[in-house]
Write a protein that binds this ligand. Structure first.
Ligand code: SF4
Length: 333
């Protein structure tokens, strides 16, 4: 009996697609409330295509890897504009859309359309890597594992087979302590026979997180606070934050803020520090509070090319903000 998950109770390619994208690098229990909320707000692909990007990012807020949400929006607009809102049925065609990789395409094609397509997410990679004791380096192993996945998928029931494989990886063949005695493949598993199945497949070397250090300045003017929109490209693209000044070469936060803002600020006060982990980066932000004493639009050059707004705290929630900014808001309370 597989796990009872809401995206398994439907054959709607749109709902399956949303779940597959949300589940990338994110646990099922985290995804569940986001999935329900998303489908309540945007029940069809036409609703997603017609939505403002800002509203889409707001629905995604807290899930991280925001490029996923931006690609969902782009792909929905392409499907509506170029294909009348109808999903392609083959994995190959699906892969032409932004943000849909081979495994996601295989999952949509097999689950929504009953196509005999393979998948290779982290769970499936682990199960097959152990079952066949694949010990090649990750780049060489990928082709081998795709081949195995495609050979094994049941043409009569590709959806059930793929979902069962994922469940096996998520619940039995887990990363650090596989429960081999409960596994239906225990008799044939080469990894198990080797005595240490966790050696397979070879894991990619863990990337070292680079550090971002800076100052977040919470600036008030007559009860409203300055919010700046991040650029459309790069880390946290398009999200809103308090002005952030990176400390490239060290220095005291107050000094850096004075250099960045000149004589526009007064009453600088330290509120504390925020730490946040991104996929490949670790952010440390000193948080300062200050009063704005210049004309409201007289932003320093570094910020004046960006969209900005002055908002009271009760309106902040209307703006999509990254997790580290929510931590900053907590320091203010
Ligand atoms: Fe994984 Fe053990 Fe099953 Fe092999 S026998 S697939 S290592 S759980």
């Amino acid at each position: 009996m597989g796990r009872d998950l809401p995206w398994r109770r439907t054959r709607d390619p749109y709902a399956i697609w949303i779940s597959e994208i949300m589940l990338q690098q994110t646990q099922v229990k985290t995804v569940l409330p986001y999935y329900q909320r998303w489908l309540a707000a945007l029940p069809t692909i036409a609703d997603l295509a017609a939505a403002e990007l800002e509203a889409v990012l707001k629905l995604w807020e807290g899930l991280g890897y925001y490029t996923r949400a931006r690609n969902l929006h782009k792909a929905a607009q392409a499907i509506v504009k170029e294909h009348g809102g109808v999903f392609s049925e083959t994995a190959q065609q699906l892969q032409a859309l932004p943000g849909i990789g081979r495994s996601t395409a295989g999952a949509i094609a097999s689950s929504a359309f009953g196509r005999c397509e393979a998948i290779l997410d982290a769970n499936v990679r682990r199960v097959l890597g152990r079952l066949f004791a694949v010990d090649d380096q990750p780049t060489q192993a990928a082709a081998k594992l795709w081949n195995l996945s495609q050979r094994l998928v049941d043409p009569e029931a590709p959806h059930n087979f793929n979902q069962a494989l994922m469940d096996l990886g998520a619940t039995v063949c887990t990363a650090n302590s596989p429960k081999c005695l409960l596994c239906p493949w225990q008799a044939d598993c080469l990894g198990r026979r080797s005595g240490d199945p966790t050696r397979f497949p070879v894991r990619p070397a863990r990337a070292v997180r680079s550090k971002i250090t800076g100052v977040s300045v919470v600036i008030e003017r007559q009860g409203k606070f300055l919010l700046i929109r991040r650029p459309e490209q790069g880390l946290l693209a398009g999200l809103w934050e308090f002005p952030f000044v990176e400390l490239a070469c060290g220095g005291e936060p107050e000094e850096i803020v004075r250099i960045a803002f000149g004589n526009r600020l007064e009453s600088l006060e330290r509120l504390g520090r925020v730490e946040h982990e991104f996929t490949h980066r670790h952010l440390t932000a000193q948080v300062l509070r200050a009063q704005w004493i210049a004309a409201p639009a007289a932003l320093p050059k570094v910020f004046d090319c960006r969209e900005h707004t002055w908002q009271p705290p009760e309106c902040w929630l209307e703006f999509p903000m990254p997790g580290y900014v929510h931590k900053t808001c907590k320091l203010l309370q």
